[in-house]
Design a binder for this molecule. Structure first.
Ligand code: NAD
Length: 358
């Protein structure tokens, strides 16, 4: 396969972890006979410094025609001034919007080798393997909002809005993914209170019954889900929910494996390329020290192969290589427990070596 992959390294540890993601994709190309062409473009703080905008037009244009996009992270204290005209995060929101990325996927897996890193008891988290689908372009964050004067001072409001179409498309993606897993979808809403959740639930019922009779589904209220996620995380397979509930639940879920450095995510639109990134930020406290954990980015590269290039065997090969490296006892400083943590590049090299040896 020939594929053009755009790299958006960004700020802080972004460039360090993206270098390892690229190395891993190059190793995959070599092993499986693919041709991947890489192009790097600026986004975030480094783009503000160079172009005065967090998202140059040239970056958007390159992303639009790519087969897949691998992003590091944006932001840092240098660009934190609240009065600044533009901020690095504008690059992230801008590219999601420009590409119509409406579905955010976050796999949350607790690997057997790392159960001890979880803040929860081993008997609760062992075997956790959840794939979250968070709707990314609708709901409260994109509804009408305003501040108005009233007799008491001020009132402010935000509105949560979803259309049938917006619910259908994310539920379909989630149900399709469940078909390749344990065939179970949990839809999270607040239908006992919110009208918008009642529409959400009605659409989920119809889509699942009519189009996915082979996939089991259930509805769970968001407050209950917040409890189940830490009391019974192994109960779930694919979880689908709206934007704000997903924002909160995926951050809660990201704590299950114990380190941000392990978790990838994907944002998908239809049509167009997907955007793949680690869930962590630019980690300015460790930037430039060569100690960042590159595994989240390497696993994001595996998601790119699976979801944008349809290369399931290659994606699984990366995941197996990461598993092997961890099983062999190698750890970066964030996952410590051993006396000799690996550097960012050493960890990347170990994954590449495991890929070549397989
Ligand atoms: P962060 O994720 O950057 O860091 C939180 C903590 O986790 C830090 O102690 C950091 O050293 C550690 N950490 C993160 N990734 C790691 C890795 N790969 N290996 C080892 N340790 C790792 O979150 P923060 O400190 O709240 O934010 C820092 C900057 O990143 C801010 O400017 C924020 O706006 C930005 N941010 C960007 C994104 C993104 O680009 N998607 C996401 C979150 C935060």
């Amino acid at each position: 396969m020939d594929a053009r992959i755009v790299l958006l390294p960004g700020d802080g540890i972004g460039p360090e972890v993206i270098a390892e993601g690229r190395k891993t994709l190059e190793a995959i190309a070599g092993r499986f006979g693919h041709q991947f062409v890489f192009e790097s473009h600026p986004i975030g703080g480094c783009a503000i410094d160079e172009f005065g905008t967090a998202l140059p037009n040239s970056t958007v244009a390159a992303c639009r025609t790519a087969q897949g996009i691998l992003l590091g992270a944006v932001g840092g204290p240098k660009w934190d001034d609240p009065t600044a005209k533009t901020r690095p995060e504008a690059g992230l929101l801008g590219i999601r919007k420009a590409l119509g990325l409406f579905a955010n996927l976050r796999p949350i897996q607790v690997l057997p080798q790392l159960v001890a890193a979880s803040p929860l008891k081993a008997e609760i988290v062992s075997g956790t393997d959840i794939l979250f689908f968070r709707e990314l372009t609708g709901g409260l964050y994109f509804g009408k909002s305003a501040r108005e004067k009233d007799a008491s001072g001020e009132v402010a409001y935000n509105t949560m809005i979803y259309s049938t179409h917006e619910v259908e498309r994310i539920v379909r993606l989630a149900a399709q993914a469940a078909r390749g897993r344990k065939k179970k979808v949990t839809s999270v809403d607040k239908a006992n209170v919110l009208e918008v959740s009642r529409l959400w639930r009605q659409v989920v019922e119809r889509v699942m019954k009519e189009e996915f009779p082979d996939v089991a589904y259930e509805h769970v209220l968001v407050d209950a889900m917040a409890m189940y996620l830490i009391s019974k995380p192994t109960k779930f397979d694919v979880v689908v929910t709206e934007n704000m509930f997903g924002d909160i639940l995926t951050d809660e879920g990201s704590m299950l494996p114990g380190s941000l450095g392990l978790l990838p995510s994907a944002s998908l639109g239809d049509p167009g390329p997907g955007l793949y990134e680690p869930i962590h930020g630019s980690a300015p406290d460790i930037a430039g020290k060569g100690i960042a954990n590159p595994l989240a980015t390497i696993l994001a590269a595996a998601m790119l192969l699976r979801h944008s290039l349809n290369l399931e065997t290659e994606a699984a090969a990366i995941e197996a290589a990461v598993n092997k490296v961890l099983s062999d006892g190698h750890r970066t400083a964030d996952l410590m427990g051993t006396s000799a943590p690996k550097s960012t590049t050493e960890m990347g090299d170990l994954v590449v070596a495991a890929l070549r040896a397989a």
